[in-house]
Design a protein. Structure first.
Length: 132
C-alpha cells in the first residue's frame, strides 16, 4: 500500500570473494541478501570485470543480480545483468559519459542499451551577498 511504513524489517547482507588487482582496485565480489519481510526471497549479486583508468576511476563492470524465492505456485528465478562500459570522467573526476547494456531473464529477447552523456553544469558557486 502506498504510504505504508514497514517497521521491524531486518535485512542481512553478506559480501564475500572480493578480489583485487595489483593496485588494490576491486575486480570482483559476490553478495547475498535477505529481508525479514520476504523470508523466501534471496538476492544474489555477482560483480565482476572491474576495470579502471590510469587515475584509478572505475570505467566498467559486469553485474548480475539473481533474485530467487518460493511462491504459492512454486519457485521463481529472475536474473538481470548490467554491463557498464566506456565510463569517462571530466577533469574534476565526475562521470561524463558511459554505456550500459542490460538484459532481464523475464524478457530474454530484449537487450536495453543506455548511453549517458552528461550535460555541462555551471560549476560556479552562488554565494548570497551579506546584508549590512
Amino acid at each position: 500500500t502506498p504510504g505504508t511504513v514497514v517497521t521491524g524489517m531486518v535485512s542481512s547482507l553478506e559480501r564475500r570473494g572480493m578480489t583485487y588487482d595489483d593496485l588494490g582496485q576491486l575486480n570482483a565480489y559476490e553478495e547475498t541478501s535477505h529481508r525479514s519481510d520476504a523470508p523466501d526471497l534471496t538476492v544474489q549479486t555477482t560483480w565482476s570485470r572491474g576495470a579502471y583508468d590510469l587515475k584509478g576511476q572505475l570505467t566498467g563492470f559486469l553485474e548480475t543480480v539473481a533474485t530467487s524465492g518460493g511462491s504459492v505456485g512454486g519457485t521463481y528465478l529472475l536474473v538481470k545483468t548490467t554491463d557498464r562500459r566506456d565510463t569517462r570522467y571530466d577533469g574534476e573526476g565526475l562521470i561524463q559519459s558511459y554505456e550500459e547494456v542490460s538484459t532481464d531473464s523475464s524478457q530474454p529477447d530484449v537487450r536495453v542499451t543506455v548511453r549517458r552523456e552528461s550535460a555541462t553544469a555551471d560549476r560556479r558557486v552562488h554565494r548570497p551577498r551579506a546584508r549590512l
